[in-house]
Design a protein. Sequence first.
Length: 476
Amino acid sequence: MPSDFARSTNAAPPLALLGGTAVRNKPFSSRPHIDEREVEAVAQTVRDGLFSRFVGSALPGTREGLRQTSEELEKLDAPASFFGGPNVRKFEAAWARAHRVPYAIAMNSATSCLTAALMALDVGPGAEVITTPLSFTATATAIVAAQAVPVFADIDLDTLCLDPASVERAITPYTKAIMPVHWCGNAGDFHAILDIAKRHNLHVIEDAAQAPGTEYDDRMLGSYGDAGVFSFSEPKNVMTGEGGMVITSNPEVAEKCRLIRNHGEAVPMPNDTDDFALNIVGYNFRMVEATAALGWVQTSKLEMVNQIRKRNYQYLRSRLDDVAGGYLLPQRITHPESFYSYTAAFRWLSEASGISRDTVALALRAEGIPVATGVGRLMSDNLLFQRKLAYGRGGHPFSSPVYHGKVDYDPAKLPNAYLAHDVEYLGFFLLGHPNTPADMDDIVAAFEKIVTRRHELVAYEKNGKPSVMPFDRGRG
Ligand SMILES: Cc1ncc(COP(=O)(O)O)c(C=O)c1O
């Protein structure tokens, strides 16, 4: 924490918001780590005419393949199959190895993966799924896409992940699953969530979109639940443009995900059970070969790109503690050694500092530092939930005759999430390649100005509350 003397001097240069020169005048960059390997792998798919090699009907070998491990399917010697082409199967095998599970199923997005995983576990009409309000919109809407009803539990202000006590309170006779989100890559109090799920016999679908390659105790995040889901959209740790992956150790979940991904309704035969035929309703969630080629090359860099995020995060966090500690609280990370910061999240303490979070965000942006004040809006604020409008005009799935619960999207039930999001949250996306500690220094320098000259910002606020654009992740 800076000394009172340091804080009371006006040694720092004038704030850009108040007419001074900005700390930074070049954009931050957020780019995939690309070299000749990606270029060559993609070029080869094009040379070979390998665009998509999925066949959406039951070719010979399909029934046997449905429960084979990803490593077994990688060896399949076929130019086209129900399980996709060689690049898709190679990416899946590499991802499964990296996360120490037998099955990985690639799809066109994490959103599709979350929907498919829920359907694979038969979490659908009539069921409630407990999740956090603080996530990208897809976490909750995937639950609706599977025709179940999301129930929001509150977050823990320190971890910014689900608060186990709130989860426990949200359980009803209709709860069938919990979908924790490893927010920014942080698992939060995940063991407590797993324990609740075990005691109440609930499925767990981990939204690990932001936590690839992350060891948590002796296993990888994503591998604890019945299913875990990753995203490869930008600017994730591993990027393929668009794309997602389900991992699981359960052959039945793998089988069903593979069927849901690829028009699997063509596969069940009249002598099959309802359990086998259930929830396969004609989706096409396939990944194309060029994307998968990017994916298996990028998987070989997972450890390296994660280490870049770890280095930048640890540096930024320790420098900000020197400069703004006491005003800026970092997210409590429950596994600091394996935290690869998708975003560096902090809470700005307005009372201690005398300035609001929104003024800080404006001041940072004026200094050339992109910052997010949240996720656009909490998922619970989405009209979809506030008006209970999803499929058609009859209120399905919220007032479906097969749903006997009474979900309530009252913000008053989520005080921590609203406090964090509307008042305190500051998130920096710019921790990955090609950013370095020198880039982090610019964020630190901007805070140094804000803290040292905060009395000027107090005066600035007296002229009226700032209006601030909520989301600026600063893509370069
Ligand atoms: C936590 C979380 N869940 C789900 C998604 C959705 O991923 P996708 O864009 O691959 O569908 C994202 C993407 O940003 C995310 O951050």
